[in-house]
Design a protein around this ligand. Structure first.
Ligand code: NAD
Ligand code: TYD
Length: 352
């Protein structure tokens, strides 16, 4: 596969921006990246600061809503798109419970528009990679792990909309022969994650001495993967994965939420000792549970490991350490998000 013009959707978000940096630094990618992002509250151009200058002619940005079918078609033909890596989505479960509408729109209709445009490129089109989540499989009991054969049982509007988009991708492969690959990944963490998600939220609240909200009894389990490992898994699947197949991606790092929050407290105490107020664990506050809160996720990534040789490089302890350090070293990044400064900049820069 020799991709010339790769469309990355949602490239200003958490994983998309890490992926763009990761890919441009790789010796086995020689093409150009076109990043199409609507810049919702979660899209931050600052995540890609310096990339255009570091890789002249190899990166460009288009502000675009993937729900606008005409605009999507125009982008595909104008930039002669021959491959897609599709990240753009509404991604936060709690928001999907309060206001599901835009999840249905972006995650389902937006994916449909991209698939249609990709189909329209005919034989010039090489690959549509869809980035999805393990949440489509629903919740596990105390044992077992999701495989690629696990039936879909989504429980939140977020996971239901992602499940729908996965089914559309499958259908475009089966019906129209569109070359597709799909990855279902567990919870990511690392640099540039929007501070509404558990890990950055707890790091920043701990630093500021604010309460650390733990839903329910804190014993819900997620399998955590360092974002750089996810980026490498996606590139591995794009390069070597069988077309029409799905691959599960995980970190072999099952953790109860409460254990993560305690680890973060201890790391923040170590890196930024608080003057006399006592250990950050004192800030842990159990709050009302999330409705429909999935109890446990765990991923069996044996297929990806066995067929394509991928395995995570980072352990949870090493990845979390790096992550906490990153948020401490980049306080300006989160301060600008929390103050709404970058939202005003986007308004000024793009007029909407
Ligand atoms: P994010 O919320 O940080 O970023 C989403 C990006 O999509 C933002 O830049 C946003 O501006 C953009 N976007 C939203 N609606 C758009 C639209 N209509 N048109 C164009 N752009 C739009 O999300 P993330 O955590 O980086 O997740 C990226 C993808 O990975 C999502 O598809 C998500 O379902 C999937 N995923 C995430 C995780 C995780 O733990 N974060 C795990 C597995 C899979
Ligand atoms: P989150 O980061 O929102 O990811 P997801 O819901 O996609 O798994 O949440 C991770 C886990 O942490 C989840 O079980 C919900 C829990 N959680 C809290 O306990 N407190 C919080 O403030 C948040 C945001 C999440």
């Amino acid at each position: 596969m020799d991709i010339r013009n790769l469309l990355v959707t949602g490239g200003c978000g958490f994983i998309g921006s890490n992926f763009i940096r990761h890919l441009l630094a790789k010796a086995d990618f020689h093409g150009r990246i076109i990043n199409a992002d609507q810049l919702t509250y979660a899209g931050n151009p600052e995540n890609l600061r310096g990339v255009e200058e570091a890789y002249p002619g190899r990166y460009l940005f288009r502000k675009a809503d993937i729900c606008d079918a005409d605009l999507v078609r125009e982008i595909f033909s104008h930039y002669e798109i021959d491959a897609v890596c599709h990240f753009a989505a509404e991604s936060h479960v709690d928001r999907s419970i309060l206001k599901p509408d835009c999840f249905i729109r972006t995650n389902i209709l937006g994916t449909f528009n991209l698939l249609e445009a990709a189909k329209g490129r005919g034989s010039a089109f090489q690959l549509f990679h869809h980035v999805s989540t393990d949440e489509v499989f629903g919740s596990l009991g105390p044992v077992g792990a999701f495989t690629e054969e696990t039936p879909y049982r989504p429980n939140s509007p977020y996971s239901a909309s992602k499940a729908s988009s996965d089914h559309l991708v499958r259908a475009y492969h089966e019906t129209y022969g569109l070359p597709t690959t799909l990855s279902n990944c567990s919870n990511n963490y690392g640099p540039y994650q929007f501070p509404e998600k558990l890990i950055p939220l707890v790091v920043l609240n701990a630093l500021e001495g604010k309460p650390l909200p733990v839903y329910g009894d804190g014993k819900n389990v997620r399998d955590w993967l360092y974002v750089e490992d996810h980026c490498e898994a996606i590139w591995t699947v794009m390069g070597k994965g069988r077309r029409g197949e799905t691959y599960n991606v995980g970190g072999r790092a099952e953790m109860e939420n409460i254990a993560i929050v305690e680890m973060i407290c201890d790391l923040v105490d170590e890196f930024a000792p608080s003057s006399g107020a006592g250990p950050r664990r004192r800030l842990i506050t159990f709050v009302k549970d999330r409705p429909g809160h999935d109890r446990r996720y765990a991923i069996d990534f044996g297929k990806l490991n066995g067929e394509l040789g991928w395995t995570p490089a980072e352990s949870f302890a090493s990845g979390l350490r790096k992550t906490v350090q990153w948020y401490l070293d980049n306080k300006g990044w989160s301060e600008r998000i929390c103050s709404g400064e970058y939202q005003s900049w986007i308004k000024e820069q793009y007029g909407s």
